[in-house]
Design a protein around this ligand. Sequence first.
Ligand code: DAH
Length: 369
Amino acid sequence: MFFCEIRKSHRIHFYLCLGTAKGIYFIMKATLEKLRAEAWRELEGARDARELDSLRVKYLGKKGGITAILKQMGSLSAEERPAIGALANSVREDIEGALASRAESIDAAALSERLRSEKLDVTVPGTPAAAGHRHPMSIVLDEARDIFISMGFAVAEGPEIELSEYGFDKLNTPPGHTVRGWSDTFYIARDESVHLRSQTSPVQVRYMEAHRPPVRIISPGGVYRKDELDASHSPMFHQLEGLVVDRGITFGDLKGTLNTLVQGIYGEDVKTRFRPHHFPFTEPSCEVDVQCVVCGGTGCRVCKGEGWLELLGAGMVHPKVLAGVGIDPDEYSGFAFGVGIERMTMLRYTIDDLRLLYENDLRFLRQFA
Ligand code: DAH
């Protein structure tokens, strides 16, 4: 068996020494030296821990080269045995040492490869995160809010699902009034007692029921009407309501306050026009126009040659509305107004289609960054 194994890789020694007792000793010696040289060579070429492991098995394992030699020690003389034993040990130690140092350099190479490939250059400028910005309606609403807060107004809110008692009755709009029709209003109850509010005006009533004069509030929020969506209508839009009640409030206060709003939003030189109108909850009532933001008042396509654009509705709070919430109209007076936030925004930025405000087209919105 020994000869067969030796023969495979050490044919020359085998033939040279065959048949002599000394021959076995020399073959074993040469084989051990050869194993050492071969192991070194192979270890040089090993690229990872797995390859190292299979080399460890091949040379040092139970069925490895050195063990095969050691198993043949019996064929040696008593003098030869220690020499071969010592040589086998030194070969084993050499191979073990070479395995360890190769393992070390493989580890080191792997580490430096990782350091190279995972290198992070902290000085490279970062990828900027896309920052959002306010919607044009929020920009205009924030400006309006600031203007009113600077005049001492508080901000109040009310429900979008409203009792018709507040949405209509207490605003001097009795059953049968055209604006209460099913064709205009989204009713939630069959008996018409609850609806999606069609204006922010009910907040006036709710606020006055809870607060005594002086009252000075604005109230922004969503409102709903049975309108088809087109360039100037939407079934849901937003209003900003205003209400002032105190002793001695006059139409002059109304004009001064709304002129302050218009000039703050559209510019110092922009003029306003107050036209008589009708609202059930104000008396007298008016509509307020601003000078056309496109032509400045000379007349153009946008203002249809008028020079003016309608902005909002307003008036002196109707005595019946004040009395309805327990405020004596002989002692107190007030004014109120309601402006569409979409409309205010469209006039501010000359936007000609309401739908642009809802579509979230970034090409449109980015203009307001
Ligand atoms: N609520 C009215 C509308 O939606 C706007 C309005 C007009 C509000 C006059 C008021 C007001 O407070 O006094 O058309």
